[in-house]
Design a protein around this ligand. Sequence first.
Ligand code: HSE
Length: 413
Amino acid sequence: MIKTAIMGYGTIGSGVAEVLEQNKDVIAKQAGQEVELKYVLDLREFPDSPVADKIVHDFKVIEQDEEVQIVVEAMGGLNPAYPFVKACLLAGKHVATSNKALVAAYGTELLAIAREKGVNFLFEASVGGGIPIIRPMYRCLMGERIEEITGILNGTTNFILTKMDKEGESFENALKEAQNLGYAERNPEADVEGHDTCRKIAILTAMATGREVDYEDIYTEGITRITDIDFKYAEKMGTSVKLFGTSRIKDGKVNAFVAPVMIQKNNPLYSVNDVFNGIMVKGNMLGVSMFYGSGAGKLPTASAVVADIIEAAQNLDHNLNIGWSGEKQAIESMDQARFRYFVRVAGSYRNKEQDVKRAFGKVEVVELYGMDEFAVLTSEMSEGEFKAAATAYDSAEQARSDYGIKQMIRAML
Ligand code: HSE
C-alpha cells in the first residue's frame, strides 16, 4: 500500500480526496497497489467531511513521516506551497501539484531537486485542468520539434467571453457566475488580467523547448478592456474574441504572448466555449493536434492530479526525465509579432478615410448602424509597425474633437 498526503483541502484538494475514494479500484489496479490517503494538511478543521480524521495542521507531520511517499500540493500560491514542496522533494517524496504559479516560478529548481533525489515532480493539472497536455508533451510528442502552441488556457476568462459573446452578459455578472462555479482563482485578477494564462503558456513553452522560460518575459494582456461593442462588431464580421496564450518556436527563437485575439469560424479554437479549454499543438512531423476538455473545476483537475499520483506510484524508484533544464530560453520582443489588427476609430469613416488609409494602408471597413465610430481591419503587420501607424493616425487627427483610436484587438483572420 502507498500512502499519500494532500496539502490544501480547497476545491482541488477535496476533489483529489474524492477521486481517490471513488476510483479506488481502478487507481489500485493502475498503481499496482492500493493508494491510501493518510493526511490532509489544512489550517481549518473539516469535522463533517470524509477526511475529518486525517486533518493535520503541522506540515512537519507529513515531512517527517517516512510512510508518506507521494504528496499532493493543492494549496495554490507560492507561500507556503514552495517551501513545503521543496522540503517534500528533499525528504525523498514524490510531489504532484496543480499549482501553475509554483511550476512557472520554481519549476526549474524543483525539477532539479527531484532529479537529484531520484523522485518525481509532476504537474499535469497545472495546465488545462483535466486535459492531458503535459504528459502528451513529454511522452507522445517526444519525437517532435514543436513549432507552435496556441491555447485557450483559462476557463474563467473563456466562460466570461462566451457569456458576453453569446448572451450579451456583462463582464461583472459573468465573472461572479464563474467564481460561484469554482472556476476562478482566489484572486480573479490572475484570471482576467491574463496572468494565469501567462504561467500556463510559459510552462508549455518550457516543455516544448526543454529550457527554462521566465514568464515575466511573456507579453501579457487580459480581457478587462474587451466590451460588448467589440462583440457587436465581431458578430457582424462572423468572428469571435478569445484569450490566447501563444508560443511560436522557430530556429531556437520563441515568440510568445497572452492577449485577446479575434478569430474566425474556421480557427480550430473558435468553438472552444464556456469553461472548456483547447490547446493546439503544431509539431514539425505531426502537423496540428488539438487537445480539448475541462480546463478548470474540481473533479476534472483532481483527475489529472490523481493520474500524476499513479505515475509516481509506477515510478517510485526513479526519476522520469521530464520538464526542462536551467538553461534560459530567450523570448522575442512583442514588437516583432505579426497580426492583423481590428481597430475601432471615433468619427465616421466618410470623414476619416484619408487619414486612416495614410496611417494603416489598405484596410477593410466595418460599420455598425447608429454609432459615431467605425472599425477597420488592417493587413498583416508587425506590432512595431502597428504602433507607429496608430501614433501617425492620432497625430494626423489631433486637431479634431472626434478623434482617436478607441480600441485595438489583435486578429488572426
Ligand atoms: N482559474 C483557472 C481557470 C483554474 O479558470 O482556468 C484552472 O487553472
